[in-house]
Design a protein. Structure first.
Length: 395
């Protein structure tokens, strides 16, 4: 206490500033404690969340590995394959086609329009790559695209060292067709068949135009106008619509000096070539009535070609196998894929090919991102000239 001048006794008054400072210090200390506690809790929760995420990622990775393992086992399992994404009655109702070829059972399974290949990664291909994929349909109603590139054509005679007989060095094909033909002729010789001659391969648009105009001139005494053109088209394709312009087609014959080997389709050599060509990715392009033999169905109503020509076309092994098993010409096969865009193809129960057609809204894009299965050992991709891209996976 203190004594004032009036000798009155008073209690000392508390200093409010000191009280405020003390409260501020206490609150600051509490804030620091709370902040430290929050950070400790948040770190602990974060570690727990990260641990859970790692655990879930590991479980997902293991599940994916197990799924892919089971998927591949099912693909290679004898008997049909049940798609885990399309199981049940819907899968059971999908059509299946079978045919025995030389003792092997070929089975074509429709996987459904909504199904897609599993376990894929993206690959990028150019428009040029897809134009030369082998499946371009060229006929009187579907012409060669204007940007079709012929730079990679090879001379069949020169490339083979003239082990493959040709009319002359101008007989040319794209490498894929040449390689298939070369392998086939080598195997034919092993089987005891020789003397094959490639009469003609790629034909330029100018050559085709000259042939067509010569045919028009030849028929001009008997016909005129639209009738003249229609008559000429019966014997020579209009420029831009000839199979020869694909660079994948070639006409076969037989030749051996001093010997008459007979007609190609009537000879044992020719029949071996005709009946075995599909194994090499090559099809007999224009079957007509009783040609190449009576066992083949005429396809004139689809191809528009009624002339007898020993003309063959490279399309790739997956497509040639299905076409032979189904007895389809190229026109029928493309139409078939439009209705059945996803197929699995088995030989004696083992998966050999998957074929997948994708509608293409803009074929004139410079590049295309396409699915490639991770388990395939080979891959073929091509425009079909009918508004789609056809993919074939080889196992």
């Amino acid at each position: 206490m203190r004594i004032n001048s009036n000798y009155s006794v008073h209690k000392l008054k508390k200093d409010p500033y000191r009280i405020l400072l003390r409260l501020t210090g206490i609150l600051a200390a509490l804030a620091v404690v709370c902040f430290v506690a929050y950070n400790l809790c948040n770190a602990a929760i974060g570690k727990d969340i990260q641990a859970k995420r790692t655990e879930i990622d590991n479980l997902n990775e293991q599940a994916e590995i197990q799924y892919n393992t089971e998927l591949n086992e099912r693909r290679n399992n004898a008997g049909g394959f049940s798609d885990p994404m399309n199981s049940g009655e819907e899968a059971e109702d999908l059509p299946v086609w079978e045919r025995t070829l030389e003792g092997s059972t070929w089975r074509v399974e429709d996987m459904g329009k909504k199904a897609v290949p599993e376990n894929t990664r993206d690959v990028t291909l150019s428009r040029g790559d897809l134009l030369l994929g082998g499946m371009m349909l060229i006929n009187p109603w579907h012409s060669v695209p204007s940007d079709y590139n012929y730079e990679t054509l090879v001379s069949v005679g020169s490339a083979s060292g003239y082990k493959i007989q040709v009319d002359d060095s101008s007989v040319r094909l794209f490498p894929a067709a040449y390689d298939a033909l070369s392998t086939m002729i080598t195997d034919a010789e092993t089987a005891g068949f020789d003397s094959y001659l490639v009469r003609e391969g790629y034909r330029s648009n100018d050559e085709q135009r000259e042939m067509f105009e010569n045919k028009m001139a030849e028929l001009s005494d008997d016909f005129s106008g639209d009738i003249l053109m229609a008559q000429a088209k019966k014997e020579v394709n209009y420029p831009g619509t000839s199979e020869y312009e694909t660079g994948f087609s070639f006409r076969m014959d037989l030749y051996k000096s001093g010997e008459n080997l007979g007609k190609f389709s009537e000879s044992e050599r020719g029949q071996w070539f005709i009946e075995n060509s599909w194994k090499y990715g090559i099809i007999f392009r224009f079957p007509v009535e009783d040609f190449p033999n009576s066992s083949w169905e005429s396809k004139t109503y689809k191809t528009g070609i009624s002339s007898r020509m020993n003309l063959f076309r490279y399309v790739g092994k997956p497509h040639a196998a299905v076409m032979r098993a189904m007895d389809y010409c190229l026109e029928e096969y493309v139409e078939f894929l439009m209705e059945h865009p996803y197929l699995r193809v088995y030989e004696d129960g083992a998966l050999r090919y998957e074929i997948y057609r994708i509608p293409c809204e803009d074929e004139y894009m410079t590049s295309f991102s396409l699915p490639m299965t991770n388990t395939a050992v080979g891959f073929q991709a091509s425009f079909d000239n009918m508004g789609g891209i056809v993919l074939a996976y080889i196992y």
